[in-house]
Each structure stands twice: as structure tokens, then as C-alpha cells.
Design a protein around this ligand. Structure first.
Ligand code: NAD
Ligand code: UDP
Length: 312
């Protein structure tokens, strides 16, 4: 007889997914991790492989999957601009065909499904901080559109299955998240700056560095995602992130200070359509999930620096 719930985490070998798998196992779930290692790493989950409650399946969600599960966290998707722009057609297929496959699976087995959406649905936002009611300002044909627009389609697809089939869905709009298990080469700002600082290389500031982002430590994010899945019923998309906003130049200075590095800050061209400011309004997450991030940026960076020191 089955006592534990079985939870599918797609993208479970990736950065956030690997932390989520660990936390779900700790919470007593059976976890099935599906990943094609497009941007994820075996190292992130190898210590879980001999756990009887953990199973790893190499699979691409662009193809249908037949499996019996109670809950699905759909995280499979490259998340760093460098990775998702590497093969934009693949990114669009993951966000569109991939979500149809996962929703089809959820419908067939009656599972709850949570989609890892993104602050990128707001594009380069004209409303600040971003509230869930804001429809966004996305360039539909720019270099980020393969990611932004497919995440928007995925939200639309989730809503269609909710309205048409009454499915139990959750949509998390995740803002910049960081921590151990990010890939050394994934090109995102936190991993780039830490790796550059630890190697004594120049720290690459794109543009003037006055653009802002709000950084959430991964433990807080995972806690929020599980709360969202466990919430009574769907309450619309929910922003998940840290409402404390930082300029990129301040982040660079903080990383240099915390690593004790001698690296110099240098300027590089600002990528096309790089959002000028980004900060979540998390009133909804506070109200419905009683959730807000606990880990301060400096403390999260210390842990992340320690991780990268260990692997590079
Ligand atoms: P990541 O690149 O580290 O992890 C993504 C994982 O998905 C990888 O293990 C990758 O191999 C896997 N994957 C990619 N395509 C796949 C496919 N077709 N089939 C199966 N597996 C596939 O990224 P992450 O930061 O852990 O992001 C996880 C999710 O959260 C993504 O959906 C991302 O869009 C979303 N998100 C992340 C952030 C963030 O700041 N980290 C912000 C917003 C949204
Ligand atoms: N960025 C930077 N140097 C880097 C990597 C990124 O200045 O080496 C900037 C980037 O231009 C953006 C911000 O940092 O303004 C966050 O970039 P990231 O790729 O982490 O994610 P985004 O929030 O843009 O999706």
C-alpha cells in the first residue's frame, strides 16, 4: 500500500530543482526527478541516488511522459539568459510543448501541478515594484522573447487547463534566486561575480551597473514553492522573491568585499532588452502563504561563495 505522496520534479538536477528534491525528501515524500541535463548537473543530485525514496529519470519534457504521481513541480527550463538564448527554438519548445505534456500528465493522473514561471513575464517593467496584476512590458521579438514569451504561454496554458478542466494548478513567478548548485558557467550575475572574484579575474559589469535586481536565497525560494503547492486552492499567479532591491554595481562591490578578492570592476556592453529594474511586490505571498524571505543577501552570498570555493 502506498503511504507517501509521490512528487515529480522536472528540472530536478538543476539549481533550484536539486534543493527542492532534497527538501521534499526531508518532508517524507517519494521524489521522481526528471531531467535531460541540458543545463543541470549530475553532481547536484548524486548524493541522492542511493536514497530509496529518490528516483532519477533522464527525459526531455518536450516528449510525453507516462508516470503515476500526485504532484508535479515543473521546473525544467534553462533559466540563465546565456543558456536560454543558446538554442532559442528549444527554449520555446520547452515552454510550450513541454508544459502541454506536463499538464496532460497532470490531467491524466489527477495530479496538482506547479509551474515555475518568472519575473520575466513582466519584461522591462513600467510598474515598480511589480504586482501580479501588472500585464508586463515584453519585447515579443527580442533576444529574451524565447524565454519571456514561452513562460507567458505556459501561464496561459495553465489557466486554460484550470478553466477548461478544473485542474488544480499553481503559478510561481520566481524573481532572481541564487545559492549553491548554480552552474559555474551559467552566466547569471551572482555566479559570474563570485567565480570571477574567486579566480581573481575582472568582474564584468554590463552597462553602468545601475540596473537593479532583487536576490532571493534558494532555501527561502524552496520553502515558498512548497507552501504554494500546499496552499488550499489556486489564488492566481504569486510573486516569489526578495523585495530588497540592489544595483548590480553594489552587488559586485559586496562580492569583492566578501571574497576578499583583488579583482577589478570592468564595464561590458549592456545586453539587448536588459530590464532596468526588478523588484517583487510580495503582498500576495505574505497573505496567502505567510511567506517572506528570511535569509539576508550577505548571508546567502557567504554560503554561495563557500560552495564555489569548494568546486573551482
Ligand atoms: P537551471 O538551468 O539550473 O535548472 C533547469 C533544469 O531543467 C536543469 O537541470 C536542466 O537540465 C533541466 N531541463 C532543461 N530543459 C529540460 C527539458 N527539456 N527536459 C528536462 N529537463 C530539462 O535553472 P534554475 O535556476 O534551477 O531554474 C529552475 C526553474 O525556475 C526554471 O523553470 C526557471 O525558468 C525558473 N526560474 C528561475 C529563476 C532563478 O533566478 N533561478 C528565476 C525565475 C524563474
Ligand atoms: N550582469 C552583469 N554582469 C554579468 C552578468 C549579468 O552586469 O556578468 C547583469 C545583467 O546585465 C542584468 C543583471 O546582471 O542586468 C542580472 O543578470 P542575470 O543574467 O543574472 O539575470 P536576469 O535578471 O537579467 O535574467
Amino acid at each position: 500500500m502506498k503511504l507517501q505522496k509521490t512528487v515529480l520534479v522536472t528540472g530536478g538536477a538543476g539549481f533550484i530543482g536539486s534543493h527542492l528534491c532534497r527538501k521534499l525528501l526531508k518532508n517524507g515524500c517519494d521524489v521522481v526527478c526528471v531531467d535531460n541535463f541540458y543545463t543541470g548537473q549530475k553532481r547536484n543530485i548524486e548524493d541522492l541516488l542511493d536514497n530509496h525514496h529518490f528516483e532519477m529519470i533522464r527525459h526531455d519534457i518536450v516528449n510525453p511522459l507516462m508516470i503515476e504521481v500526485d504532484e508535479i513541480y515543473n521546473l525544467a527550463c534553462p533559466a540563465s539568459p546565456v543558456h536560454y538564448q543558446y538554442n532559442p527554438i528549444k527554449t520555446i519548445k520547452i515552454g510550450t510543448v513541454g508544459i502541454v505534456n506536463m499538464l496532460g500528465l497532470a490531467k491524466r493522473v489527477g495530479a496538482k501541478i506547479l509551474q515555475a514561471s518568472t519575473s520575466e513575464v513582466y519584461g522591462d517593467p513600467a510598474v515598480h515594484p511589480q504586482v501580479e496584476e501588472y500585464w508586463g512590458h515584453v519585447n515579443p521579438i527580442g533576444i529574451r522573447s524565447c524565454y519571456d514569451e514561452s513562460k507567458r504561454v505556459a501561464e496561459s496554458m495553465m489557466m486554460a487547463y484550470y478553466r477548461q478542466h478544473g485542474m488544480d494548478i499553481r503559478i510561481a513567478r520566481i524573481f532572481n534566486t541564487f545559492g549553491p548548485n548554480m552552474a559555474v558557467n551559467d552566466g547569471r550575475v551572482v555566479s559570474n561575480f563570485i567565480v570571477q572574484a574567486l579566480r581573481g579575474e575582472d568582474i564584468t559589469i554590463y552597462g553602468e551597473g545601475d540596473q537593479t535586481r532583487s536576490f532571493c536565497y534558494v532555501d527561502d525560494m524552496v520553502d515558498g514553492l512548497i507552501r504554494l503547492m500546499e496552499m488550499d486552492k489556486f489564488a492566481g499567479p504569486i510573486n516569489m522573491g526578495n523585495p530588497s532591491e540592489n544595483t548590480i554595481i553594489d552587488l559586485a562591490k559586496l562580492v569583492v568585499k566578501l571574497t576578499g578578492s583583488k579583482s577589478k570592476l570592468i564595464r561590458k556592453p549592456l545586453p539587448e532588452d536588459d530590464p532596468v529594474q526588478r523588484c517583487p511586490d510580495i503582498s500576495k505571498a505574505k497573505k496567502y502563504l505567510e511567506w517572506s524571505p528570511k535569509v539576508k543577501l550577505e548571508d546567502g552570498l557567504e554560503k554561495t561563495i563557500e560552495y564555489f570555493r569548494g568546486i573551482i
